[in-house]
Design a protein around this ligand. Structure first.
Ligand code: URA
Length: 209
């Protein structure tokens, strides 16, 4: 069963407070999301395998460690997921970035793919799928399904804030996917917004409304 990890590092929690605040404008919001994405990337990569190597210091030869060549991929779900990519690349600059875009069909209410461009070797990569808000879980679940159809076998889902409903949906549809959150909020309201949440993440990131 996939694990749900709330990353309760004090810096993440502190910055999330300002991200939630309605008075935080677009520039500060974007910068804070970027910083939290970096901090979350630090936590989510905690268990990457290392290999022992030798390094010549100015003093002697030393045993040291380097990442054991695990290939990573970051997959933002469009559009709001884009706001988390640069922050993650700060720490894992060699990661490849794929993009998945989905919209909700107004008649069937089902998510439909409108864009998908992925690294050619996704089956060999550990993928971190990012979307700031895990609300109903509909688009995240559809994105994970799509990625599996394209060959992905090893995925984590990383979100700033989730509603319990979204977490349950992912656990049900994708029990193989671990979830990493900045916060697990109370509920969804009748308009599909996370409560207390932060409002519309895409609009706040890009200054649209
Ligand atoms: N998407 C958002 O941007 N915010 C929510 O609260 C729910 C979904």
């Amino acid at each position: 069963m996939g694990q749900v990890n709330v990353l309760d590092h004090p810096l993440i929690q502190h910055k999330l407070t300002y991200i939630r605040d309605y008075r935080t404008g677009t520039k500060a919001f974007r910068e804070l999301v970027d910083e939290v994405a970096t901090l979350m990337a630090f936590e989510i990569t905690r268990n990457l395998p290392l290999e022992e190597i030798e390094v010549e210091t100015p003093v002697c030869t030393a045993k040291a460690y380097q990442l054991a060549g695990k290939k990573l991929g970051i997959i933002p779900i469009l559009r709001a997921g884009l706001g988390m990519v640069d922050g993650m690349l700060n720490l894992i600059p060699a990661a490849k970035v794929g993009h998945v875009g989905l919209y909700r069909d107004p008649e069937t209410l089902k998510p439909v793919e409108y864009y998908c461009k992925l690294p050619s070797d996704i089956q060999e990569r550990e993928l971190i799928v990012v979307d700031p808000m895990l609300a109903t879980g509909g688009s995240a679940s559809a994105a994970l399904t799509l990625l599996k159809q394209k060959g992905a076998v090893n995925m984590k889902l990383m979100c700033l804030i989730a509603a319990p409903e979204g977490v349950e949906q992912i656990k049900e549809d994708h029990p193989d996917v671990d979830i990493y959150l900045g916060a697990l909020d109370e509920k969804l309201n009748d308009h599909g917004y996370i409560v207390p949440g932060l409002g519309d993440a895409g609009d706040r990131l890009f200054g649209t409304k």
